[in-house]
Design a binder for this molecule. Structure first.
Ligand SMILES: [Zn+2]
Length: 354
């Protein structure tokens, strides 16, 4: 028989599920605050996986993704333990803001400490009560406010266990870049706990495509880790995600009103037309061009731009040194990207009268 799983002073027996409220600093109204956690402690041994949402308080797709994963029939019979934290940054979530009331970014405040800033204390509580008790983790994010992200995984593929999770998720793009200091991912890495980040959609919006791809990805990772039985249907999907080693932001060459011509998930060539910036009368136009060949994985949703503002985020293709040809298989990538592209209706709205 497995041992009970203890969290926040609550002991959960194998085969049981429970919601636990972890105490966090009170509101200044004197109202008590807590961070709700849902634990499914399987009867059989296996990995302990945490799912975290809304570390940035306005990034709410992850909250819905976690709700749907917990509703998935199969998770009642997992091997191992699922620790779901839909809203890590409760303060930001209440205020519908990315940050905490002390204006700190929770995902730059790890590992934090018990005597540190408010953000540092919340980070430290999360690390102590959740991350350190898990063997694996998936952290769910969206683009910042007024920006949109194409479904993508951020992961350091040099770590084999991270790579296994990242590839199992089957998002069309994996951005394999160094981890920023102060992030949950950095602290987890130091503890030897593999964590991948899923980025998709926009802050303060539910994006159905991003949510579905997230739920599916988590289930696939749980199958890969042996927490769920492999699908009975043998998968014919041999497509591999596009693994980008770098990305670049195309910035506004001047201030003005942007008529964007390209949507998320599109492949663009270097120098390709992405949109045009002009004054309100359409005069004084300047074309925005792709600074690299790759896939558009992020973009701004506000057409009013100041010179230097980030407009399009491109995951760059890598080239073979010998042949000068791209090392990735374009058709496979684009096929995967196609499924997750916004509907033609959405595209029409974005590109009309361009
Ligand atoms: Zn975020």
């Amino acid at each position: 028989m497995r041992e009970a799983f203890t969290i926040g002073g609550v002991s959960i027996k194998p085969g049981k599920q429970s919601q636990v409220d972890l105490p966090i600093p009170n509101l200044y109204t004197h109202d008590p605050m807590s961070c709700p956690v849902y634990v499914i402690h399987g009867r059989n041994a296996g990995p302990t996986l945490f799912l975290s949402g809304a570390i940035h308080g306005d990034e709410i797709n992850g909250v819905e993704i976690i709700r749907r994963v917990l509703r998935h029939k199969s998770v009642n019979h997992i091997h191992g333990t699922l620790v779901a934290v839909p809203v890590v940054n409760i303060f930001g979530f209440i205020a519908q803001k990315r940050y905490l009331p002390d204006r700190r970014d929770l995902n730059r405040s790890f590992p934090g400490s018990e005597s540190g800033s408010l953000a540092g204390r919340v980070a430290n509580m999360f690390l102590r009560e959740i991350v350190s008790k898990c063997t694996h983790g998936i952290d769910l994010h969206t683009a910042a406010i007024h920006r949109d992200n194409f479904p993508q995984i951020r992961a350091v593929l040099e770590n084999p266990e991270v790579a296994r999770m990242a590839r199992a998720f089957k998002s069309p793009v994996i951005l394999n870049t160094a981890i920023v200091d102060g992030t949950l991912r950095k602290s987890a890495e130091k503890l030897g706990i593999p964590v991948i980040v899923y980025e998709a959609g926009e802050a303060l919006r539910f994006d159905e495509v991003a949510i579905r791809a997230g739920v599916k990805g988590i289930i696939l990772v749980m199958r890969e880790l042996g927490m769920l039985a492999a699908s009975k249907k043998s998968s014919t999907d041999t497509r591999e995600p596009f693994e980008a080693r770098s990305s670049t932001w195309v910035r506004a060459p001047k201030s003005g009103i942007l008529r964007a011509n390209k949507t998320l998930g599109l492949r663009v060539a270097k120098g390709e037309y992405l949109g045009v910036i002009s004054d309100p009368f359409g005069e004084d136009e300047e074309i925005v061009r792709a600074s690299a060949e790759g896939i558009i994985i992020g973009r701004t949703n506000i057409p009013l731009v100041n010179e230097g503002e980030a407009l399009f985020h491109i995951a760059r293709f890598a080239y073979s040194e010998e042949t000068g040809e791209p090392v990735e298989d374009y058709p496979k990538i684009m096929d995967m990207a196609e499924e997750l592209k916004p509907s033609t209706e959405q595209q029409k709205i974005q590109s009309s009268d361009s």
